[in-house]
Design a protein around this ligand. Structure first.
Ligand code: S3P
Length: 426
C-alpha cells in the first residue's frame, strides 16, 4: 500500500492509541501458564501481539474475545499441549524470543518460525542461555529462525546478558519460572522492566538488585484482571508530529509511563519540548498518565550509552526531529538498531536522504546535522512499522505531498495509525 501524506499546517487534537505492545505480549504469555481466566483490557491491536495470541492458542490455551478485550484460559505451569503444527511468530521478535523461554521447559517439541524479516534476526542470544538451562535448540545456520525447540526439565542459571535486551531477559526469566530454584539475569544496561512488574502481578517472586533480577522457580501464578496502558512508543510519533509542525497541540490519553520507557519524555524535554503530564496513576504496577505536547523549537542532542537502550525503538522518529532541530542529533552505541525489523541505521538514513536531508552513517549510529529543510519524497517503509510511521511524520513538514510505500507495515504495532494521523492533521 502506498500512502500519500500532505504537509500539515498544524497537528491538533486528542489521540487514543493501541495498548502497549510490550505489556500485551507479556500479559498473554504469563496468563497462558497461570491458573484461571485472565481478563485483559486494551490489549494491543497490533499484528505482533496477535501473533502471540495465535501461538498460545496453538499450545492449547483458550483465547476468547475480540478487538482489545480478551480472556485467556490459563493452563498452569504444566498444562500447555504440543501444537498440531509450526508456531507462527510473524514479524514479532518479542513473540519468538520470549515464548522460546516457555517452550524450552515443555515436555514436547515445538517449531517456531517468522516472516522474512524475522528470519534474518539473531536468535543466538536466546539459544545460548536456554541451552545452558538444559533445552536443545536447532536453528537455521545455528542462529536464525525457524527454531526447533526440544524442551527439558530446566536447571536454574545465573545469566549475565551480553547485550541489553528486555526480550532476552524475559526469555530467561520465563524459563526460570519452570526451573526449581532461583534464576537470575544481570543486564549490562537497564532495559524495560514490564516482565518483572507483570510477573509480580500474577504472584511470582521477583527481586531486583541493581541490574540483577531474580525469579523464584515454580511459583503459583494466579489469573488476574489486567489493563494495558497506551503504547508510549506509538505515542512517540504524535509527540514528534506536534514538535515538528508550528502551531500544533496534541493530547494523548492513558499512556504507559514506566520509568524504564519514559526516557523519551526526558530526552525531548531536555531538547526544549513543551510536554506536560498533568496526573499519574498506577495500574497493575505500571505508571499511566495523559501527555500534552505543543510545538516547540528543539535544540538537538546526543543519544549514547545507557540512553540508547532506553530509546532504542524511538530512534527512527528522533532522527527526523534531529534534522529539524537547531543543533542536530548524534546517535552512538546503537549497533542493535542494525538487527531490528530492518537495519534501522540504513533505512533511516536512506529515507532521510530521499528528502534531501544529509546524514552520516556510523557503524553504531548516525550523525544528523540540524536546521535542514525537508523536501517532498517517495519514502519506503522497507517493511518496518516504525520506519513507515517515522517518515509519515517527516512528510508533515515537507515542501509538498510525499508518499510512503509499504505503508501497511504500520499494522505490526499500530493498525489505526494512518486514520489517527489523518484525523489530527490539517
Ligand atoms: C522489547 C524490547 C526491545 C524492543 C522491542 C520490544 C520488549 O527489543 O526493541 O520493540 O518488549 O521487550 P530488545 O530486547 O531486542 O532490545
Amino acid at each position: 500500500m502506498r500512502q500519500t501524506i500532505s504537509p500539515a499546517s498544524a497537528v491538533r487534537g486528542e489521540v487514543s492509541l493501541p495498548g502497549d505492545k510490550s505489556i500485551s505480549h507479556r500479559y498473554a504469555m504469563i496468563a497462558a501458564v497461570a491458573e484461571g481466566q485472565t481478563r485483559i483490557h486494551n490489549y494491543s491491536t497490533g499484528a505482533d501481539c496477535h501473533s502471540t495470541l495465535g501461538c498460545v492458542r496453538a499450545l492449547g490455551v483458550a483465547v476468547a474475545g475480540a478487538g482489545t478485550e480478551f480472556t485467556i484460559g490459563g493452563r498452569g505451569l504444566d498444562g500447555l499441549r504440543a501444537a498440531a503444527g509450526d508456531l507462527d511468530a510473524g514479524n514479532s521478535g518479542s513473540t519468538i524470543r520470549m515464548l522460546s523461554g516457555i517452550l524450552a521447559a515443555q515436555p514436547f517439541g515445538a517449531r517456531i518460525f517468522g516472516d522474512e524479516s524475522l528470519s534474518r534476526r539473531p536468535m543466538q542470544r536466546v539459544i545460548q542461555p536456554l541451552e545452558a538451562m538444559g533445552a536443545r535448540i536447532r536453528a537455521r545456520d545455528g542462529r536464525f529462525p525457524p527454531l526447533e525447540i526440544h524442551g527439558a526439565a530446566l536447571r536454574p542459571i545465573d545469566y549475565v546478558l551480553p547485550v541489553a535486551s528486555a526480550q532476552v531477559k524475559t526469555c530467561v526469566l520465563f524459563a526460570g519460572l519452570f526451573a526449581a530454584g532461583r534464576t537470575s539475569v544481570t543486564e549490562p544496561a537497564r532495559s524495560r522492566d514490564h516482565t518483572e512488574i507483570a510477573l509480580r502481578e500474577f504472584g511470582a517472586e521477583v527481586a531486583a538488585q541493581g541490574r540483577k533480577i531474580t525469579v523464584e522457580g515454580r511459583p503459583r501464578l494466579e489469573a488476574r484482571e489486567l489493563f494495558v496502558p497506551s503504547d508510549l512508543s506509538s505515542a512517540a510519533f504524535f509527540l514528534a508530529a506536534a514538535l515538528l509542525v508550528p502551531g500544533s497541540q496534541v493530547v494523548i490519553r492513558g499512556v504507559g509511563l514506566n520509568p524504564t520507557r519514559s526516557a523519551l519524555l526526558d530526552f525531548l524535554t531536555g531538547m526544549g519540548a513543551g510536554i506536560r503530564i498533568p496526573d499519574l496513576e498506577t495500574r497493575n504496577g505500571e505508571l499511566v498518565g495523559d501527555i500534552a505536547v505543543e510545538y516547540s523549537a528543539l535544540r538537538g542532542g546526543t543519544i549514547s550509552g545507557g540512553l540508547t537502550a532506553a530509546l532504542i525503538d524511538e530512534i527512527p522518529v528522533l532522527a527526523v526531529l534531529g534534522a529539524a532541530s537547531e543543533e542536530g542529533l548524534t546517535v552512538r552505541d546503537a549497533a542493535e538498531l542494525r538487527v531490528k525489523e530492518t537495519d534501522r541505521i540504513r533505512t533511516v538514513i536512506e529515507n532521510l536522504r530521499r528528502m534531501g536531508v544529509a546524514a552520516e552513517e556510523l557503524p553504531d549510529g548516525m550523525v544528523i546535522p540540524g536546521r535542514q529543510k525537508f523536501r517532498a519524497a517517495e519514502f519506503d517503509s522497507f517493511g518496518d512499522h516504525r520506519i513507515a510511521m517515522a517518515f509519515a511524520v517527516a512528510a508533515l513538514r515537507a515542501d509538498g505531498p510525499s508518499a510512503v510505500s509499504g505503508a501497511e507495515a504500520a499494522s505490526v504495532s499500530f493498525p489505526e495509525f494512518w486514520r489517527t494521523l489523518g484525523a489530527i492533521t490539517s
